[in-house]
Ligand binder design. Sequence first.
Ligand SMILES: [Zn+2]
Length: 490
Amino acid sequence: MQHKARLITRSIFVIIFIISIVPSSPTLASSGVFPEDLTLREYIAKPGDTLFSISCATGEKLSMLLWRNGISNPTELRPGQNLHLAPAPVAVDLSNWTVHDVALGEELSSLARRRNITWESLAQANGLLSPRALKVGQTIKLPGEVPSTTYATAGVTPLVSALRHDVPLWEVLRLNPNPVYRGAGVLIPYATESEPSLPYPLKALEISAESVVRGQTLVLGLETGVPAECTVSYLGKTEPCYNEDETHLYVMIGTSPLEAAGEYEMTVHLEYGEGQTDITLPLLLEAGAYGRQWINPPASLSLLLNPDVYFGELNSLDPYRALRTPRRYWSLPLDLPFKIRPSISAGFGDSRSYAGMFETFHSGIDFRAWTGVPIYAPADGIVVMTDTLQVRGNAVILDHGWGLMTGYWHLSKIVVEEGQAVQRGEIIAYAGNTGLSTGAHLHWEMWVNGVSVNGLQWIDEACFGEVVFEPTEEILITAPRSKTVIGLAE
Ligand SMILES: [Zn+2]
């Protein structure tokens, strides 16, 4: 939700920018050229690029390049950095546009939606500076109405409309490019006569977001009319769904920054009683703005700068990544795993070079800390690993159930044992500087169904949109304290 809000804010900035650089809209409108597609263009910085050279090559003013990308210093640019550029203008034929007198209650957004055009484009074609600039009786230019469309019931999300009317979500999103506010109707293509309903046995379907930035977690909540179970297939793998009870199921999709941005599909395979059904939904991955980190460890750590050591240790964690515990111990939001002021020294998802020796990506978040800072369990869970590793140093992994796991690296001291049940707020370890680390910090790792995801999303309940999780009861089990990891295959 935060992310969505940022996107919306960014779009609004872009719109204001476009409008502000076009003070003489009528000239542009009459020439038939204005930005119809407000999708941002991207540019990935190559070695040798400067912001000045990018400005020249793309035609984007340097000041706009800095402002649009939140860069304060023009010399700040890393190879691989993703830059947002102004949207490409698209020629639009205005010849069949007609004049319209604004009636009471008509808004730019509803007029635009009914005509399959963004309100920004409509505003620009009419030289309007604000979505609220319309007055009753004002004459504006409008394109023709889109045929064969209708409104879905107010308050229904585009996704649910698509399922009910059996049309692709892409079509619905194309007709409803702007956020649909609570209570507003959703425009859907091809009005259907039949009584709308979700595919049997679905009674309700909620999705945490229509699209996610690579590295974020997408969650689906399903309610069925009869007891059901499901699996979900996406990006070449199949994962279990998790049952809250017989008729409430959750799908957890952890996405990786290593995945290319784009449009994918996810298929939920539902089985109930004697029957089964497949529901295919779009999985939209946005690029996000990931940077690049250069790590130059001191000579004393040079033995660890060996790809065999680094990737060998990474792969040795695969059995833990494979754990899928059908019971949920966590509740949203998770706590941060410490009580000092959070300060991030290396963010999640950036590509990373270790002294130019090998390339990887930063699969967690580095928080500044000092040796001895207590580390707390951010949610209830079971300790599945405590070990001293070469790269990760003293490390702990907690299994919170439903495929959610957290990892804590470079610790100075560990005070829990494998197999132990821990509760939210319980001290599990102390921060340190062990392993491949250039100063005391906590590397906090989070996995969703084995994929490293951005843990910060889980600190704010609002990041999961409409999907609601019931609070869990505290862990009642006292797991045996043993070195054997439960359910772990060798
Ligand atoms: Zn780290």
